[in-house]
Design a protein around this ligand. Structure first.
Ligand SMILES: NC(=O)c1ccc[n+]([C@@H]2O[C@H](COP(=O)([O-])OP(=O)(O)OC[C@H]3O[C@@H](n4cnc5c(N)ncnc54)[C@H](OP(=O)(O)O)[C@@H]3O)[C@@H](O)[C@H]2O)c1
Length: 251
């Protein structure tokens, strides 16, 4: 059966768990071949790959550190070598260092800088490397956060800003790449019950759930569905946009 993304090759960074794994699965459901990246969780990455292959698509896992400025070129080259091309880039990998105000005496600025390197400069490096190979009609979708629009809690400054920067970069890239039919968008997720959320759960104020109109976690499948829509043919006129899948966090 011909599916929406049959014949397409997608790269999902941070596909070993959480939203990245759900997005890789949702893209494969639509027929895309999928490369995922991971930095540490080799076993989980291989198990995601097996599940993707069981859906009848080609799938590979690539170990790479998104905080390494030289990693992006090598990553895109490897996807091209192993899967033949790249049509869809999903920038999902990120870290979330939250819980300390910027004037906390023990704030770890080196760790904050590494967060910027992964969440912002790593994403930009992936986009810069991908635009060299993306064809007409290519897609770039980056995962942001509701905190990129509404910084509702103290202790989230660097993380929120690292995500907000991606919005402006994506809008600019949409302008630069529009003539090639390449769309560039951001999907801003709300709180999802992944490892990332559980790592910061005790440090975040309890009102965080109340700040989401739906009063529950957003599921990874709900966010993945928006990403898959943006990756597909029906979204060809959506570019430079920010789609909030955040349960009303910014309502
Ligand atoms: N969870 C939430 O509540 C929430 C809310 C809003 C937005 N988001 C955003 O949603 C996206 C997915 O988050 P998640 O909750 O699914 O996160 P997660 O469960 O912590 O998974 C993070 C993924 O990123 C990979 N990764 C981390 N650092 C990396 C690095 N230096 N290089 C390459 N890969 C790296 C991890 O690989 P390993 O498994 O190898 O470590 C893993 O696959 C992120 O962009 C996050 O900022 C999350």
């Amino acid at each position: 059966m011909n599916k929406n993304l049959s014949g397409k090759v997608a790269l999902v960074t941070g596909g070993s768990r959480g939203l990245g794994a759900a997005t890789a699965a949702a893209l494969a459901e639509q027929g895309a071949d999928v490369a995922i990246t991971y930095v540490a969780s080799e076993e989980k990455a291989f198990s995601v790959v097996s599940a993707l292959v069981n859906k009848g698509v080609r799938a590979i896992a690539i170990k790479t550190d998104q905080g390494d400025p030289d990693g992006a070129e090598l990553l895109i080259r490897e996807v091209k070598e192993k899967l033949g091309k790249l049509d869809i880039l999903v920038n999902n990998a990120a870290v979330a260092l939250q819980g300390k105000n910027i004037d906390a005496p023990d704030i770890d600025n080196a760790a904050m800088d590494r967060q910027w390197a992964i969440n912002t400069m790593g994403v930009i490096a992936n986009i810069r490397a991908a635009v060299k190979v993306l064809p007409e009609g290519g897609r770039i979708i980056s995962v942001g956060s509701g905190l990129g629009t509404r910084v509702a809690f103290p202790g989230t400054t660097d993380y929120a800003a690292s995500k907000a920067a991606i919005v402006a970069y994506s809008k600019g890239a949409a302008r630069d790449l529009g003539a090639r039919g390449i769309t560039v968008n951001v999907v801003q997720a709300g709180l999802m019950d992944t490892d990332m959320a559980s790592e910061s759960k005790d440090k975040l104020p309890p009102i965080i759930m109340e700040s989401h109109a739906i009063r529950r976690y957003v599921t990874v499948e709900e966010v993945a569905a928006a990403i898959v829509f943006l990756a597909g043919p029906d979204a060809s006129s959506i570019t430079g946009s920010v789609i909030d899948v955040n349960g009303g966090f910014t309502a």
